[in-house]
Design a protein around this ligand. Sequence first.
Ligand code: F6R
Length: 366
Amino acid sequence: EKAGFDHFMLKEIHEQPKAYRDTMGSRIDASGERVVLNEVKLTPEQIWDIHNIHIVACGTAYHAGLVGKSVIEQLARIPVEADVASEYRYRSPIITKHTLVIVVSQSGETADTLAALREAKRCGARVIAITNVVGSSVAREADDVIVTWAGPEIAVASTKAYTSQLIAFYLLGLHLAQTLGTQDAAVIRETIEGLKKLPEQVEEILNHADDIKQYAEQIASHKDLFFIGRGLDYAVALEGSLKLKEISYIHSEAYAAGELKHGTLALIEDGIPVIALATQEQLLEKTVSNIKEVKARGAHVLGIALEGNHELGKAVDLVFEIPRTVPLLTPALSVVPLQLLAYYASLALGHDVDKPRNLAKSVTVE
Ligand code: F6R
């Protein structure tokens, strides 16, 4: 049932190219110029009527929501807030009939996410669910459902469900942009072309898994480490840090790179591993200056960079390159080495990769 892999997590990491293809599937029309998202039944008038969007989820699904926030804001120019469900439901969020609420849940059964969905509906909002389980509670109660076709996810640590949620957000962002006319046809086409290339680009990354394995074995003896990045890279840093904590039990923190000097820099000492994501070229110079700040204090830095980015290569100790894509799409690639890092670190430490301590796959209690 593990199809020759040692663990479900590794199998599911390797299933991502298929999960991307299946989630995109017939949602991109044959011309390759338009997204067709028939399951979102909002009429163009209803889409024009959206004043703001709330994305609500827990854990890894929330991290997908943070990427979703940037994607929708950039493509559709609608203001988006992303919230953790257990906070959202108790903070009297301002929800009107012009608010679109998007809940994200792999299982579709997470108690706080379901409660947030019910609260949003009670306040008159339209609710779209992004879920991996057809017929789950969240799918049944939402107005519209975008199913992620990742297939069953067995490992407690979510991998292919997260990346499929990213694909769902790209499709939804494009769908909204097409309707609102917020992007030129060329931008839509280029983004769709980028999406279609992602599966083989993930395969390329997986071919270099051994580089990450070696690095994971080095960091396994450390007690603390840091992930830093800006913009979309920060959202991915949060996910990489959660994954590592969850299954390797190594403490790590994810920081918006520009925030380091406001406190956390005090924790950087000689030899500490720092993983710097630097895939956003318009932010590169700023991120490089943050890398210099940690290097000056003795950090050992692994950079996650776009292929052929020599500027970053010079600033760090080690580089892991990911294939080039449209800037908005990089999270669907840059998270893969971080998933592998968590996996191999957990393995090196002899932990139960698929069933980490204290955690359950589906959290149906509050
Ligand atoms: C971490 C992880 C959790 C879940 C969270 C929400 O790897 O899997 O953080 O993402 O419990 O679960 P769902 O998506 O089922 O609502």
